[in-house]
Design a protein around this ligand. Structure first.
Ligand code: JFQ
Length: 291
């Protein structure tokens, strides 16, 4: 370990570790589920770390939060009811709130300390909680979905950490089946789906489970996030049987300059990068590309 540097060392990405220079550690704590740390970095703003894994930095969180939200919500004409599983930092809520068609936003986050820490150290991310359409449920996403009436949501966004730890069950088939039941016909789900450089085996399993579970379309998309391992992260975009969804051509575009009074303009997402996100390198296309 280099003094003054944080290195993201994990068995989930053996033999490599992204490092950030640390100016000051701002918070360290342990919730019922995980270790939580916040530090001021030299060049990426404040950084949120769970069990030694970087969750977000102020400088590049826009890439992840905007893409995981607008890839699904811009792919259906009028999203009204949206569920966020995970996402306790509030960044996805901030992005969902940009859609004026949305009437109700439920969020189910297992760890209340993540919510409190984000509100204290990342106000520009946790601002999402201030939207009156938001209802926060603290609990397990699987239990929450079991209690949801069938066909409740137009969109579900699964903003999870990695498969090792509290989020493990969010990568397994029973969870996908519960998500599918909670969606209306032609409803959409977007999940955090790891990196094609690091986790192709996991992604192949996820794609296989999704193809068995979601009878509309199943697509893998990705974005660049400098501070995530391998500098990128992917998403599964799936739709249930019903009105067809063409994820690659946003039917409900959001204008990057559409800056409502309350929120800042989009920093990353636009319609061109939406379409581009579904283009895969050949090694990935062969394994997880459209059949
Ligand atoms: N709202 C930010 C959640 C971050 N999602 C994950 C964090 C851990 C990474 N290895 C993968 C993405």
């Amino acid at each position: 370990v280099i003094p003054g540097w944080f290195s993201e060392i994990s068995s989930m990405w053996p033999g490599e570790a992204h490092s950030l220079k640390v100016e000051k550690i701002l918070f360290q704590g342990k919730s019922d589920y995980q270790n939580i740390m916040v530090f001021q970095s030299s060049t990426y703003g404040k950084v949120l770390v769970l069990d030694g894994v970087i969750q977000l930095t102020e400088r590049d969180e826009c890439a992840y939060q905007e893409m995981i939200t607008h890839l699904p919500l811009c792919s259906i004409p009028n999203p009204r009811k949206v569920l966020v599983i995970g996402g306790g930092d509030g960044g996805v809520l901030r992005e969902v709130a940009r859609h004026s068609s949305v009437e109700k936003i439920d969020i189910c986050e297992i760890d209340n300390m993540v919510v409190d820490v984000s509100k204290q150290y990342f106000p520009d991310v946790a601002v999402g909680y201030e939207d009156p359409r938001v209802t926060l449920h603290i609990g397990d996403g699987v239990a929450f979905l079991k209690a949801v009436p069938e066909g409740t949501y137009d969109a579900v966004i699964v903003d999870s950490s990695d498969p090792i730890g509290p989020a493990q069950e969010l990568f397994e088939k029973p969870f996908f089946e519960l998500v599918a039941k909670s969606l209306r016909p032609g409803g959409v789900v977007c999940t955090q789906a790891e990196s094609i450089w690091l986790h192709m085996d996991i992604i192949e399993d996820i794609v296989s489970n999704c193809r068995q579970t979601f009878k509309g379309s199943v697509n893998y998309a990705w974005t660049t996030v400098p501070t995530y391992p391998s500098g990128m992260i992917g998403f599964m975009l799936c739709s249930t049987e019903g009105p067809p969804v063409d994820f690659k051509h946003p039917v409900n575009p959001i204008d990057e300059n559409e800056c409502q009074k309350s929120v800042r303009p989009l920093k990353f997402y636009n319609s061109e990068i939406h379409a581009a996100a579904f283009c895969l390198p050949s090694f990935a296309k062969r394994k997880i590309g459209p059949k």
